[in-house]
Design a protein around this ligand. Sequence first.
Ligand code: ATP
Ligand code: MG
Ligand code: FE
Length: 344
Amino acid sequence: PLVLGIESSCDETGVGIVSGHTLLANEVASSVEQHVRFGGVVPEVASRAHLQALVPAVRRACAKADVDLSELDAISVTAGPGLMGALVVGLAGAKALAAALGKPLYGLNHLAGHVAVDLLDHGPLPTPCVALLVSGGHTSLLRVGDIATDITEIGSTIDDAAGEAYDKVARVLGLSYPGGPVIDRVAADGDPRAIRFPRGLTSPRDLERHRFDFSFSGLKTAVARWVETCQREGREVPLADVAASFQEAVCDVLSAKAVEACAHVGADHLLVGGGVAANSRLRALLAERAAAAGITLRTPRPALCTDNGAMMAVLGVEVVKAGGRPSPSDLGADSGLPVSRVLV
Ligand code: ATP
Ligand code: MG
Ligand code: FE
């Protein structure tokens, strides 16, 4: 099937066109620069930017893919989770497009989209597999029985998301927003073993109750304390070493638990998705540990890890193939949509 996917859950307006597992177009307009001076996404600003960017992005995607809207088999759109005011803009646009064209509309889960996007790079997914979802708002381990119909959460963060931790630590270090890509870059010149920062929920006692859960708020506090101590003692903060050591703590726990989840689920494939999946250290550590455990690792190219329309389009393809029912015409946005609900 030929599907156009629309994404507007946060600060990226994405329109992708996908035919089966072939990516034809992926137009992304980001309002990130408008949020930089606030150090985080301002919902009202994001909504307005989506409103301005959506129709031009649809036009550009069609031109890029050399597809006429009349040729589409379906339209898919992010129904949640995300910022309510941002979601409703994409949803309204998708509804109008579907109604005007007489095409079926599928309201889909953004998080499942982060997982599904890898199909564009590596084809059909052997199941069951484990997906490590690491994004700005979510961090969890998923058992994927079928990408369109069967996703269950086996663990998740009990406080901050991994991307959120990167963004907050970047702020503590005086680095710009969004912090993930900046820390990734700065850490490249640092020693990951310079400072031993805490690994959340890895003590034997924590593992009893939280075997596949994560916690990053203690780590964030530890980094802040370490920096404060430096400043109080009048020492210069060794930015690269702090960034590398923080990153090591995050990636160590994420990769260890992800590989262990594979054994738990009986999966020999591990997939990674979400913005933090673009992280170079996470990709390297996962590759190392997955290989040692005999697990095949699937990581989408970095550009597909952050929010985009193609991820919603390819998830739409899978839902259409699975015989999913189109969403009702009164489909609404759900800012807290659980990951297990792929199709709304
Ligand atoms: P969610 O998907 O949970 O709704 P979101 O859509 O805002 O949240 P994504 O776009 O998937 O999140 O990812 C954005 C996050 O990814 C930000 O926190 C950003 O700092 C982080 N990120 C992006 N690139 C990297 C990188 N190279 N290393 C670490 N983190 C990164
Ligand atoms: Mg974003
Ligand atoms: Fe996202």
